[in-house]
Design a protein around this ligand. Sequence first.
Ligand SMILES: *[C@@H]1O[C@H](CO)[C@@H](O)[C@H](O)[C@H]1NC(C)=O
Ligand SMILES: *[C@@H]1O[C@H](CO)[C@@H](O)[C@H](O)[C@H]1NC(C)=O
Length: 458
Amino acid sequence: MILLESIIFGVITYLMTAARCEVTEVFAEVNSQAVLPCKCRNDPCHPADIIWNKHNQGTVWRKQSSGLQYVGSSWLQKDGPRVQCQHSHFQSGDYSLQINSVKAEDAGLYSCRIRLGTHAFQNHDVMLRIIKVSTSPPAPLSGDDVLINCSVTPWPTNALVQWKLNNNSFVSQNGVGMVVKEKATEGMTGKWTCVISYNSNVWHASTTLSVNGIIQPAKDDTKMYAAVGSTLTLPCVFSPGLFPLGIVWTKLNKSNHNLDSRHPPSSTWIKSIKINVVLFEDQGKYRCTGTVKGQTLARTMQLVVAKVVQSKKENSVMLTCQLSDASEVTEYEWIRVTVDINGTETFGPVLKGQTVVLKENSGDWTCRYYGKNGILGNVTYQVPLMSGQSGQKSSHVSSNVGTVIGLSFLLAILLLILAQMYKNHRRRQRILQYPALETIVHTISNEREERERNRVKK
Ligand SMILES: *[C@@H]1O[C@H](CO)[C@@H](O)[C@H](O)[C@H]1NC(C)=O
Ligand SMILES: *[C@@H]1O[C@H](CO)[C@@H](O)[C@H](O)[C@H]1NC(C)=O
């Protein structure tokens, strides 16, 4: 689908050194309206007989002094003539010829002849050049050879051609010329403008090229940012209308393993996949591959995973915003997010830097990371309640109860032990009061044992 801009080009006149021979140059883009100027030098210029002729092709338009008008048969169409002169301008002696939706065949030399009375003649020559920018094929597939052609009929000698893509200068690898011949890439999608410089004048003509392929991500190695625990869609969107086959998603690591398609593609040309819960290990390079009309198209992308690492210090907590690839990050920012009972979020305070030390703030902290073109993403972390802090309630009440029970139990055991020790102590003291008695008891028992042994021997 080629979109040709309808631009009516200005009329530029240049005088040759010989005043008698005057040719006006008019450039018109294919399908636009061309205006071929013809202005009577007499004032008043009435009644005049006007004839517009095309070189070697006869009359285009004619008006007799009586007012009768004719249009050349080749300029007539079903819906009326393709050429006309504005009646309203006749009074001022302006007999400029309008040609609607010009074609390449309209190019050539025209002459406007004005006859006043029987003797006075005026001749105005106009050179109409038609510019056309075309692409072949009109909608190439990424990787196809594509030709972008700028043609001017008739070609003005010594004219210079330059190219612009989306208003930026485009330098073809094959040099700058009337034809750009390239391998199509998705980056070549956009407005192609041919700029023609000729006799210190500049003309433009444009066309739109759309290269079919993987339109999202638009470039290889596009970085995608996601926070640990979040849900992410890895995009792989083909041009609408394509029917890519054999879609394969690969994680490009040492083993290059293919991902199973857990989620069926949402349409014939959208082949994105979803990661329900992003893990830090999911970071890395991915590739989406598909085949269109026998041609393999692929796109690589990088998943960058962000997480918050907490390290404890005395009476404070240190948070670090960690990304698996921070090469594009220029700035970090921390925001405390508080949500009240009504669900209203309050932001603030804001701290700067990749690492922050929090003294008294628990709750949700979000790290926002920025690149040179703005925010890249964010990751939220819930800072646990810290000990030795005012305002510890619910969770600490239960733990206190536990502590009390534990301590009481210990105390009871201790008391029991103490009681036992005291008992033992008392007993020993009692015995010590009568040391002789102990010896006697001991001797008696020893004697009895000996007697019993002797009896067994007998
Ligand atoms: C919550 O909403 C109620 C009623 O809508 C309002 O009266 C109250 O002030 C709100 N509380 C907060 C903390 O915004
Ligand atoms: C984090 O990013 C999400 C998604 O872009 C956004 O909805 C949210 O408001 C962001 N949070 C903060 C604190 O910037």
